[in-house]
Write a protein of this length. Structure first.
Lengths: 94, 488
């Protein structure tokens, strides 16, 4: 499988990255060399093999639905690039 | 011997006997950092004033006649991806340059309860992505054994600080070898615990199914002591293992008679430097001499571990790093016109080249039409790699290999070729995929540079790794060697 410059542009859009022309060239080349290497996996028959997403057999770790202390609104907003009246502020969306 | 050269247990003995004070120790480290930090560049941030206050609190306890814990009054430092309340935590990224966490990571809380003195935050590859610490957005950390060489990565600052006696121990994180490979490069002990043994709460995520925090220490005893403090179930981390933790120091036994050591042949491939191979061979002979039963074995899926890792880790990274959008914390671009434009500009300006490369790779591997071919395929091969380990551990107690195929390389030597850099982690990545513990222990020198012996064990069997490492250490002198930094 070869990844084209157009695909690199599309993936950058999905990842919300803005790449320069030069970056697009470089990433196309480098991603292809990494994916060529990844193609090694095609040699293996994985029919019927269960995928392993995680090392521990843990599922749905719940706690009781009891209110616990949490950080204040002021502290939660303290790192915000822009905030107003208790809200995160962002540029116009629509 | 000066105070800064001592281990945590040696310093603890002196503190308990009142031969020194926590303040005196903290001062010694402040002076040592002043003397060598210009050449080593391990720290992103020094927290000297807080450290001194913590040391004074321990001295006050001692003055009241109270007994203190093993790590009380011991100066240490943290890789800069562990959240510290009120102290910047940057991940060595422009994205988090001004981020001041409103809470502590669980490991930070536990060290505070233990009375450890925190000296500062340590440089790393940006977001822990790299094998040389050259991907830091801020500074270049040097290998104390040869300042023209990399310390390894991504926990480069964490190992360099310990190797250069700028901290007694440190905490690093290991996603594909980021504790063990640099520990080998700088001649210190580095343990990646079993996945889930140490809480990841407050560790800034790279690849959540692989990341694990672990100790970087001057000897194996300190490694056990740090594990006693940081390991254990944490309700704040849903992937934390609900298991009891032992007293890890009970495994510090100088005896490996009958220990079954497997040597997986696939870890001794073509990329292995002959000088490193010779040192590892001598270490194997030493273990045999000490009573271990050594035999070769085969782990046929080893060659697939790297491509598997370089699909799974970037996939998880692209998902984890989606949160950096310039909205709630971190960097935001100036003067964006609309929200999508703000996201794009923020992320493009805030992330460095390696981080962007992995986000791109992971996004591609997870994208519609490619998910089955890349990501799902990799998860299936991960099962096969895990099964290799299950089979090997039916016959062996530990598996032994080099920690890295080479000793520390020079700056710039691999930075232009991502694949060549990735190969540096070829021996360490499989343990992360399988979720098992692995340790790197100093075992000699190749052309004057430290070499690490890598031991892998069964899940939650850190005990056997510690016993084997301790026995090796007690019967060799490698861990006592110190780099000459041109200062006394």
């Amino acid at each position: 499988m070869k990844i084209s410059k157009e695909q690199v542009e599309h993936v950058a859009m999905l990842a919300r990255l803005e790449l320069t022309e030069a970056e697009q060239e470089i990433y196309t080349e480098q991603l292809n060399s990494i994916l060529d290497y990844a193609a090694l996996l095609d040699k293996l028959d994985t029919q019927g093999v269960e995928p392993m997403a995680h090392a521990l057999p843990l599922k749905n770790v719940f706690r009781d639905d009891v209110v616990q202390p949490s950080i204040s609104q002021a502290r939660a907003l303290a790192n915000a690039p822009d905030a107003e009246e208790g809200f995160f502020k962002v540029p116009k969306i629509v | 011997m000066t105070l800064t050269e001592l281990t945590a247990h040696e310093l603890h003995d002196r503190l308990s006997r009142k031969e020194t004070s926590a303040v005196e120790i903290a001062r010694a480290f402040t002076q040592r950092i002043e003397a060598v930090e210009d050449s080593v560049q391990a720290y992103n941030l020094l927290t000297g004033e807080r450290a001194m206050a913590q040391a004074e609190a321990i001295d006050a306890k001692l003055a009241r006649g109270e007994s203190i814990g093993a790590l009380a009054g011991i100066p240490m430092a943290l890789k800069d991806n562990m959240c510290t309340e009120g102290i910047p935590t940057t991940c060595s990224s422009k994205m988090l340059q001004n981020f001041v966490p409103p809470y502590n990571a669980t490991v930070v809380e536990r060290l505070a309860e233990a009375g450890s003195v925190v000296l500062g935050k340590l440089n790393m590859d940006e977001f822990a992505m790299g094998s040389s610490t050259e991907n830091s957005a801020f500074k270049q950390t040097c290998n104390p054994w040869d300042l023209a060489r990399v310390p390894g990565g991504s926990s480069g600052g964490a190992v360099a600080s310990v190797a250069a006696d700028e901290a007694v121990f440190s905490l690093g994180s290991d996603t594909g070898g980021s504790i063990r490979q640099p520990a080998a490069f700088c001649g210190v002990v580095g343990l990646k615990p079993t996945y889930g043994y140490v809480s990841r709460y407050g560790l800034i995520a790279f690849a959540s199914s692989l990341d694990q925090i672990g100790p970087i220490t001057k000897d194996v005893t300190d490694c056990a002591l740090v594990m006693n403090t940081i390991a254990g179930h944490d309700p704040k981390d849903s992937t934390s293992a609900p298991v009891d933790t032992p007293d890890f120091t009970k495994y510090l036994v100088n005896d490996i008679k009958g220990l079954r050591v497997g040597i997986p042949q696939e870890y001794f491939g073509s990329g292995l430097e002959p000088e490193v191979a010779a040192v590892i061979k001598a270490a194997i002979a030493k273990l045999e001499e000490l009573g271990a039963i050594v035999d070769e074995c085969s782990m046929p899926h080893t060659e697939y571990a790297m491509p598997t890792y370089y699909l799974i880790a970037p996939a998880e990274c692209s998902s984890n790093l989606a949160r950096y959008d310039g909205v709630s914390y971190g960097y935001r671009t100036e003067g964006a016109t609309d929200i999508i434009n703000m996201f794009k500009k923020t992320r493009s300006e805030g992330f460095g080249p390696e981080v962007k490369r992995r986000i791109m790779l992971g996004t591609y591997a997870l994208s519609s039409g490619y998910y089955d071919a890349y990501y799902l395929k990799a998860l299936k091969v991960r099962t096969l790699i895990k099964q290799d380990f299950d089979r090997a551990f039916a016959k062996f107690d530990v598996l032994l290999s080099p920690t890295a195929p080479t000793a520390a390389f020079k700056f710039g030597e691999k930075s232009a070729n991502p694949l060549a850099m990735y190969m540096s982690d070829i021996c360490t990545v499989p343990a992360n995929l399988a979720g098992i513990p692995a340790i790197s222990v100093p075992c000699g020198f190749a052309n004057g540079l430290p070499v690490g012996m890598h031991l892998m064990g069964k899940a939650f069997d850190e005990g056997t790794l510690l016993r084997a490492s301790y026995t090796f250490e007690q019967n060799t002198e490698h861990h006592k060697a110190k780099p000459k930094l041109g200062v006394s």
